[in-house]
Design a protein around this ligand. Structure first.
Ligand code: FE2
Length: 182
């Protein structure tokens, strides 16, 4: 596995039982890092969203990892309580959660030391660029579906249970930063 990917996602990637899928998820992150102007150090520094004001201190990596950990806990609890009534495929869920925002690496440009949305991101938001990167690395469609449907655009399509879990894990940890009753 690429050293940069291992540094960012080594711990969470180990949770994926299907090692072929795990490698493809790692490859997708490696491809994104190769194409991006951002380095792993930047991902630990830049704010996770450009939509929650300029004071936000939660980094891109802290937020992405939180989403993966919350999605894992949620999926495990759903399997425990709902069993065969609503089975959650944990490998698909984890791969989708780790890859949901991989396309964001192509959205950013650094200008005057600050991260801003670049031209590519202006035309192609990360659910689209994320699927493009993932398909180049052989990620299966049930995982690409999670990337495609994790954000607002996904409200237009029918989501799998795994995509619902990732969507809500992402939004419950984003919306209160953007706007909340205090
Ligand atoms: Fe996203």
């Amino acid at each position: 596995m690429n050293e940069q990917v291992k540094e960012l996602w080594g711990h969470e990637l180990e949770w994926i039982k299907d090692k072929d899928l795990m490698e493809k998820v790692a490859d997708t992150w490696a491809l994104a890092l190769k194409k991006s102007i951002l380095k792993p150090e930047d991902l630990k520094k830049i704010p996770f969203t450009l939509l929650a004001g300029t004071d936000l201190k939660v980094s891109f990596m802290d937020h992405k990892r939180a989403v993966v950990h919350i999605a894992k806990a949620a999926g495990e609890k759903m399997n425990e309580f709902f069993k065969d009534e609503l089975p959650v495929n944990m490998d698909v869920l984890l791969a989708g959660a780790i890859l949901a925002d991989v396309g964001k690496l192509l959205e950013y440009e650094i200008k005057d030391g600050k991260s801003i949305q670049g031209k590519y991101g202006h035309y192609l938001r990360h659910p689209f660029s994320g699927v493009s990167l993932a398909e180049q690395c052989g990620i299966p469609p049930e995982v690409c579906h999670i990337i495609a449907a994790h954000a607002g655009e996904g409200d237009q399509v029918k989501r799998t249970v795994e995509a619902y879990v990732v969507h809500h894990s992402d939004f419950m940890t984003f919306l209160p930063f953007k706007e909340r009753l205090k």
